[in-house]
Design a protein around this ligand. Structure first.
Ligand code: ADP
Ligand code: MG
Length: 252
């Protein structure tokens, strides 16, 4: 328990640091973005450009904008990690959010075959935006790990108390070493610029806060399957104080 408390404190201060850094980077970045954009627009309107200026229009400025985009996506990862926006619990259609996540991750899945088997999971109670975030992070990882022509498969199902979603890929798989560190903030095996190592720690935090579980099965060279189980209703919302001073399952 003591270990857990230390871990929690470490994560909280990391979260605050992340939120601060994200905020500090965001302002100058939006200034830089709008300046580069208007520079590019103005130069494109020019009739006679020197060779040097043409190179700026064709290569340098577009590459600069790509770099900016990358920084922005790291900043938004940091934001999510810091989880600055508590979202209310609502009832939502789980499969519909899976579809939403597939649309958002579409760009990172265009090289693979996407298969989905949605089992009519119906309504669950939770934070839909966070759940979409979880699914997008898993789908993007699956896409990044899988070579062109491979398969990423999403399956959902439910029983009386839980909804289950599997994100399976035929990608690289993971070493034992990677499996051990998977959910740690900033752990990544990807080159700088491609990975922040925050995706799965965000996933872990959100799944935990929903009272769910996440499991991973992975074999090098074969692929990976992340299995998520979430309660249809988070435990704390499913119970209410009873007259004997304890808790009882909500009936309404
Ligand atoms: P990032 O994607 O930025 O590296 P994540 O927290 O999302 O950070 O993932 C951490 C690491 O876990 C990845 O760098 C990768 O090594 C491994 N990983 C995650 N998902 C998969 C997957 N589907 N297949 C293989 N490796 C994965
Ligand atoms: Mg990731």
């Amino acid at each position: 328990l003591h270990q857990r408390a230390i871990e929690q404190e470490r994560l909280t201060s990391l979260g605050m640091l992340a939120a601060g850094v994200a905020h500090e980077i965001n302002n100058p970045m939006s200034f830089v973005t709008s300046n580069v954009n208007s520079m590019l627009r103005d130069l494109r309107d020019e009739q006679h450009l020197s060779e040097t200026m043409k190179e700026y229009v064709d290569d340098v400025l577009p590459a600069t904008l790509d770099g900016i985009k990358r920084v922005n996506s790291i900043v938004s990862d940091l934001r999510r990690f810091a989880r600055g926006d508590p979202e209310a619990h609502v009832g939502f259609d789980f499969d519909a959010e899976v579809e939403m996540a597939l649309r958002i991750a579409h760009g990172q899945l265009s090289h693979v075959r996407v298969q989905k088997e949605l089992g009519g999971t119906g309504t669950v109670v939770g934070r839909p935006r966070q759940i979409v975030q979880v699914l997008v992070n898993l789908l993007v990882n699956a896409g990044q790990a899988t070579a062109p022509g491979g398969v990423v498969r999403v399956t959902t199902s439910r029983d009386e108390s839980m909804v289950r979603v599997d994100v399976r890929d035929t990608g690289t798989g993971m070493s034992e070493e990677t499996k051990r560190h998977l959910f740690e903030p900033f752990f990544t095996t990807k080159p700088p610029g491609e990975g922040t190592g925050l995706g799965l720690s965000v996933v872990h935090g959100i799944v935990k806060s929903h009272g769910g579980h996440i499991e991973v099965e992975s074999e090098l060279g074969k692929g990976t399957c992340f299995s998520l189980r979430l309660p249809l209703v988070p435990l704390l919302l499913a119970y209410e104080p009873s007259s004997d001073g304890g808790m009882r399952r909500r009936t309404s």
